[in-house]
Design a protein around this ligand. Sequence first.
Ligand code: SF4
Length: 298
Amino acid sequence: MGSSEAEVPAGGGEALPLEGVPAPTWGGSPSRLTTFLDCPRRYRLVYLDRPRPERRAQRAHTAVGVTIHNALRDWWDLSVVDRTPSAGARLVREGWSDVGFLDLDQSARHRSAAMRWVADYLAGVDPHVEPLGVERSVAFVDRTRTLRMFGRIDRLDDRDGELVVVDYKTGRTPPGEDEARTSLPLALYAAAVWKMFRRRCVAVELHHVPSGTVVRHEHTDDSLARKVAQAGQIATDAGRADADHARTGSESAMFEPNPSPLCRWCDVRAHCPEGQAVGPEHPDWAGLPDLDEADNPA
Ligand code: SF4
């Protein structure tokens, strides 16, 4: 399929709720959409039920991820001469939170590691080349008007005319080769950029800050359109479920639990007996990455 600057990626959404009746437009972030796909029960508990069910306290690895994302955002607000790797490390130190750690010693070791990861990562970033966007808000309506997507991109690069969606990762393990290719959120962000900037955008990258691993994928126009179509179909199902919840509340039968090992991490499992049956909850610090010897003095 050819492309031009005026074209935008096609949207799908073949499944309509009722023949002759337009599908309701569903709006939300890619993470809301994937939450519905992964576990409708969790979707209901997090996004629909009111009063809002209480969620568990933030885990340590989540706090680390937030701090690193904030540091990599704020680094671009510094003057060009101040954008040094050590300035990135300082931003991590200043934004650090001890929430979720076993104790202050564990927190300090992970703070030191996170400062080093960010400094190492930024050593490979040219401070003179401004991204097109940092934590850039984007929005997108697919061709069938089934899906209204809005969200925020960690970084949007313009590399000699090529637009690249960059997503920072901070988890225990580097992303695999397939993750950038299969990621629905990344594809939707690329489609949104294409539409908003009226410039073709098909390149997506995952940057794993702790390891410096970069995983890249270039969509074709067709593969991007297929992702948008997939999102439209999920949005159609989520819209139906939303409508049923509006009628019947939390008694709705459209939010089946999807028990899996991930239930041991779920922050609403206190409201989900099926998820609790999977096994005991992981401790707050269990998602932290393993540290190098340098950060783990004997
Ligand atoms: S505990 Fe598991 S099944 Fe229950 S809401 Fe969370 S992810 Fe879904």
